[in-house]
Design a protein around this ligand. Structure first.
Ligand code: SF4
Ligand code: FE2
Length: 641
């Protein structure tokens, strides 16, 4: 019955899904099939439950009530619900940033299990923030940088430090004129929550501008702040080679999955898994094997070459291999469903933060001043579970796919500087100017249980590569691309000839056979990296980011975080494609503001910022639209057609 339907382009997960169905184990895929059609009102964004007079909902297609009890119309309700999603996304990333800032502060003050490893990055960020560094100790500078970061959660006037650090002047000017520039992260989140409450903001335009403020809070206070401080604490990612797909889970090893987003704990799990491998041998295992899920996986892949087992949508199925001794989770994108699946196996789900627990799971409290102790406890729990495996339930896979990762901007610049030491960006700019590279696309975001896993991400990428667009990737999309050979040399065959030529030239100068067809730039917060690359290119050309032939695409998203990241790019004038319903169709007005172009009568994003939201489910059609947008921007810049 249900398991005859395909769920993933990745065959291994199809096998496990079938196994789970046969064993009567529920997963998100089977639950999604039990609710084949999502609620039509929620899907259109017209369901409001902001007060106790409701919930109210606006009748669809003009039929039924067109206002809630309080008089809020469909435009207000849709815009308000969108802002609520933005708040959720931005708050998650902001909390990620705040935790990292505190970790840096504690490391700088010496009362922590962490040290500053990215000293060069520390100097660079400190200089950008105007912090005097000469003659100061590294810890002293680290403390100043951490305090500047924490100031972004406290200051009552002025502009966020991290926005001033990374944004283009012209953009800041535009945002100031529109009154959307954020002052501090918590202030803006709190204000945005307030305006969405019953009886507050009822102007859909104002609410949509509030969404853009959340985009800026997310982009600078969430993404940039987190990436910068993580690079300072753990080092800037460098080129690494690793593996993807379920073959990375080793039958003879104690397997530990790290899942979530904030790499503070997973860094320590990697470290202690190496140190305690002797204890694993004592229980008959060959050693300890750490594998990644979602973005905690991306973080340890980028910095340590840890292999990746799964993106978001198939996280429960990793347990169905029967070979996972523990799944360690921190925050975000963790399905509560993992616990019930784990109960069918010997797998122990271990939550680690006081505000992210799952009933039935083990909880090991993690804090930076006892990180080593927590990591040791956790690794030992996993070792203790190894003898409890049920060998009847094991499904092992042998296939892995090699992938290159670690493409920080620093790494990209270093590779390019082998071609031009004085002006490393020049080879890239020349390739774009000549048309050998038509433009740049960031394929980002998630996998989504309601989508055929990897299909959208891989298809958009292949279409763009074929047309000589340079593709970078982050988040779970990067998992999709890596699993299907788009981060190793085999995938070069999908590239157009001129793109392939550039990848080879840059790669060979840097000592590789070629650059891989798509560049893994990291986790979701690392969307700061493609943003910084675009800013560097724009600054070097003396134009604005909005003028560049650059696009973002989020083919299989599930998360409000992806919507708010997209909004950050929209505020910078970059076109953003989503392949999944953004839940705004209940308001024509909101849809027009987000999606219409400059030729439209009304006010819209493209007129204000230079880019728009593109909602297209079909990945082939979506890629065609993105290519057209790239060509339009090339034309406007006067680049060769
Ligand atoms: Fe209904 Fe207005 Fe209350 Fe929303 S805020 S539930 S529309 S009365
Ligand atoms: Fe993520």
């Amino acid at each position: 019955h249900i398991h005859t339907q395909r769920i993933s382009l990745d065959q291994d997960f199809e096998v496990l899904y079938e196994k789970a169905c046969e064993a009567g184990i529920e997963t998100a895929f089977s639950r999604a099939k039990q609710t084949p059609v999502p609620c039509p009102f929620g899907s259109a964004g017209v369901c409001c439950r902001h007060c106790l007079e409701g919930p109210c909902r606006i009748g669809l297609n003009g039929k039924g009530p067109q206002e809630g009890i309080c008089g809020a119309n469909g435009d207000t309700i849709v815009a308000r619900n969108l802002l609520t999603m933005m708040i959720e996304g931005a708050a998650g990333h902001a909390e990620h940033g705040r935790e990292t800032a505190l970790a840096l502060l504690e490391a700088s003050e010496g009362n922590s299990d962490y040290q500053i490893k990215g000293v060069e990055k520390l100097y660079q960020v400190a200089a950008g923030l105007g912090i005097e560094t000469s003659g100061k100790a590294v810890e002293d500078i680290g403390k100043q940088v951490a305090l500047k970061a924490l100031e972004d959660f406290q200051k009552q006037t002025g502009v966020m430090n991290w926005l001033a650090l990374h944004a283009q002047q012209q953009s800041i000017h535009k945002w100031n004129e529109l009154g959307i520039t954020p002052v501090n992260i918590h202030l803006e989140i709190s204000k945005a929550v307030t305006r969405t409450t019953m009886g507050c903001d009822a102007d859909p335009i104002n609410l949509l501008l509030g969404c853009l403020t959340m985009g800026l809070v997310d982009g600078f206070g969430g993404l940039h702040l987190s990436s910068d401080l993580q690079d300072i604490l753990f080092g800037v990612p460098k080129l690494v080679k690793s593996n993807f797909r379920l073959g990375v889970i080793k039958k003879e090893m104690v397997n530990i999955a790290v899942h979530g987003h904030v790499p503070l704990l997973s860094e320590k799990i990697v470290e202690w898994s190496r140190k305690l491998s002797g204890e694993a041998k004592a229980v008959g295992a060959a050693g300890i094997n750490v594998v990644g899920i979602c973005c905690s996986g991306n973080e340890v892949l980028m910095r340590h070459g840890i292999p990746a087992a799964s993106s978001f949508s198939s996280q429960e199925l990793v347990i169905v291999t029967g070979m996972l001794e523990a799944m360690i989770v921190d925050v975000q994108c963790i399905m509560p469903g993992i616990q019930k699946v784990a109960e069918c196996y010997h797998t122990e789900v271990i939550t680690t933060l006081p505000y992210v627990k799952i009933a039935g799971s083990t909880h090991v409290d993690f804090h930076t001043d006892k990180a080593d102790k927590a990591a040791q406890d956790i690794v030992r729990k996993a070792i203790a579970n190894f003898p409890k495996r049920d060998h009847q339930k094991i499904n092992s896979f042998t296939g892995t796919v090699e992938a290159y990762a670690g493409f920080s901007n620093e790494q990209i610049i270093e590779a390019l500087s082998a071609l031009n030491r004085e002006d490393p960006l020049k080879p890239l700019l020349d390739a774009i100017a000549s048309g050998a590279i038509r433009g740049v696309a960031a394929i980002v975001g998630c996998t989504n249980v309601r989508e055929f896993q990897d299909w959208g991400n891989v298809t958009v990428a292949k279409e763009l590569l074929k047309n000589n667009v340079l593709v970078v990737a982050t988040g779970c999309s990067a998992h999709s691309l890596a699993k299907h050979n788009l981060m190793n040399m085999q995938g070069l065959e999908y590239c157009g000839e001129s793109l392939r030529g550039v990848l080879k030239a840059v790669g060979q100068a840097a000592g590789l056979e070629s650059l891989p067809p798509t560049l893994h730039m990291g986790s979701c917060v690392d969307n700061s990296r493609p943003a910084d690359l675009l800013t560097a290119v724009a600054n070097r050309l003396g134009v604005e980011v909005k003028d560049l032939p650059a696009v973002g695409s989020c083919p299989e998203t599930h998360s409000p975080k992806a919507l708010v990241i997209g909004t950050y790019f929209l505020a910078n004038g970059v076109d953003v494609h989503v392949g999944v319903n953004p839940q705004v169709s209940g308001s024509q007005f909101v849809t027009d503001v987000l999606c219409n172009g400059v030729k439209d009568d009304g006010l819209n994003l493209e007129k204000l910022f230079g880019g728009k939201l593109i909602y297209e489910k079909d990945p082939v059609k979506a890629a065609a639209i993105l290519l057209r947008r790239i060509e339009e921007k090339r034309l406007a810049l006067g680049l060769s057609s």
